[in-house]
Write a protein that binds this ligand. Structure first.
Ligand code: 6PG
Ligand code: NI
Length: 179
């Protein structure tokens, strides 16, 4: 039996994926400042709020692997978070798994009903296709969350822009406050 070296380095715990066909982008404050309740003029517009890695093996009916790295930044007391989205195809689920740091995974259905799960190293989250999902970094360290989903899922950001998550997460004197 031939033992092959891995095509990818899946270093989820340290927050890196390396290899061929790895896509990587940084989300800057100026690109997503509208998702937070208020603007923070002290924060440079070029601050990296979070980074997303993903890759696929190729072929059809592809499962993508990903990693989201969210920095411990507060925006006038509001915890840093991802933009949040529904999948374009509401039948496509996704799995998230906590790699490091502490956070919340917010779920929102089309009726506006919201709930959250705690995210931590080793936590596993099954996101049904009909839920929008957003990660919030509630800790003092970087939050790293791995993900697996089908490429066919797509991203629907428009529905969240039109009907945003009804709750926000703040940190006051080290305590989490959901408003
Ligand atoms: C996906 C995943 C995940 C997500 C990132 C960034 O469906 O692709 O849920 O990779 O895109 O965590 O979050 P936003 O896409 O909401 O900015
Ligand atoms: Ni998703």
């Amino acid at each position: 039996m031939q033992i092959k070296s891995p095509k990818y380095i899946y270093d989820f715990f340290n927050g890196v994926i390396q290899g061929e066909n790895v896509k990587h982008y940084k989300k800057l404050y100026k690109e997503i400042d509208f998702i937070y309740k208020t603007r923070d003029n002290q924060l440079s517009p070029d601050t990296v709020m979070y980074e997303v890695y993903s890759f696929n093996e190729g072929g059809s009916n592809i499962l993508l692997w990903g990693l989201t790295v969210i920095y411990p930044i507060t925006i006038n007391g509001e915890c840093n978070m991802t933009r949040g989205h529904f999948h374009e195809d509401r039948e496509e689920p996704e799995i998230y798994f906590g790699c490091s740091g502490e956070g919340l995974l917010l779920y929102l259905d089309s009726q506006g009903k919201i709930f959250a799960e705690k995210v931590f190293k080793g936590s596993l989250h099954y996101i049904h296709g009909n839920y929008a999902h957003r990660l919030v970094n509630t800790g003092d360290d970087t939050l790293r969350v791995g993900a697996c989903w089908r490429e066919a899922a797509g991203h629907d950001y428009k529905s969240i822009d039109e009907k945003p998550f009804p709750n926000r997460v703040y940190k006051k004197d080290g305590k989490i406050d959901i408003a």
